[in-house]
Design a binder for this molecule. Structure first.
Ligand code: ADP
Ligand code: MG
Length: 234
């Protein structure tokens, strides 16, 4: 489903080789956590996959090389640390945003919005103003907005980092259930081991821009490829 080969991202100002020769393959429906310390290149990897930064190497989504496909046509959904909801749209119209762009008729939009609200445990919240949502609710709505148009690939960049520990633990379980329920193929960036364990099928560890090891939690803890992996996983 997602195949990345020798992906490199070099920033110009200042010159930083932020993603170094990253290669990986994910089947449809898999959730991979990108785990690494701050500055290890996690966000840069996501931005390169999304096409938000120019990169070299290849990114294949469903077998198609997306090198020349502009960002908005890649059918990729993104969720960030701060929900970035549209403040002047209510909950329903936030979730419906991508569906409006797709040109989905109003009835079908409402139906899909209700379905998504059900999925995120906020049934009946259609008319709520964004300003009345808690941080956790806002992140759920952001996820629903991203998933509503059925993206082929979902990229999440530390979506729970702004929340407190208790909420983070609970929401990471919910996130896994939600992503699994829609069979999303997802890259989930985090610097938090517990979150990676909870959300992901496999964990990819990044260090200095390189992907140093990928595997399930058991493989990584029993056979860490480097000190960094050991430190991040235990
Ligand atoms: P992470 O998400 O793991 O914290 P980033 O991908 O944000 O790491 O950053 C990786 C490296 O690239 C860091 O050294 C960072 O300083 C650098 N970097 C990030 N964005 C830019 C940019 N726009 N221009 C130059 N360097 C950048
Ligand atoms: Mg980052």
């Amino acid at each position: 489903m997602l195949h990345i080969e020798n992906l490199n991202l070099v920033y110009d100002h200042p010159p930083v080789h932020a993603v170094k020769d990253v290669s990986m393959t994910m089947p449809t429906g898999e959730i991979v956590a990108i785990l690494g310390e701050s500055g290890s290149g996690k966000s840069s990897l996501l931005r390169a996959v999304a096409g938000l930064e120019p990169s070299t190497g290849s990114v294949l989504i469903d077998g198609k090389d997306v090198a020349n496909v502009p960002v908005h046509q890649r059918n990729i959904g993104m969720v960030f640390q701060d929900a970035q909801l549209f403040p002047h749209r209510n909950v329903a119209r936030n979730i419906a945003y991508g569906l409006e762009i797709q040109g989905l008729p109003k009835d079908a939009r409402s139906e899909r919005v209700a379905e998504m609200l059900d999925l995120i445990g906020l049934a009946g919240y259609e008319d709520r103003p964004i300003s009345t949502l808690s941080g956790g609710q806002a992140q759920r709505v952001a996820l629903a907005r991203t998933l509503a148009p059925r993206p082929e690939l979902v990229l999440l960049d530390e979506p729970l980092s702004a929340l407190d520990r208790i909420l983070r633990t609970r929401l990471s379980q919910d996130l896994r259930e939600i992503l699994t329920a829609v069979d999303a193929t997802a890259l989930y960036v985090t610097h938090d081991r517990e979150e990676a364990f909870t959300v992901a099928d496999r964990i990819a560890v990044m260090d200095g821009g390189a992907l140093v090891q990928i595997g399930d939690a058991g493989e990584l803890t029993s056979n860490p490829a480097s000190d960094v992996v050991l430190r991040l996983l235990t």
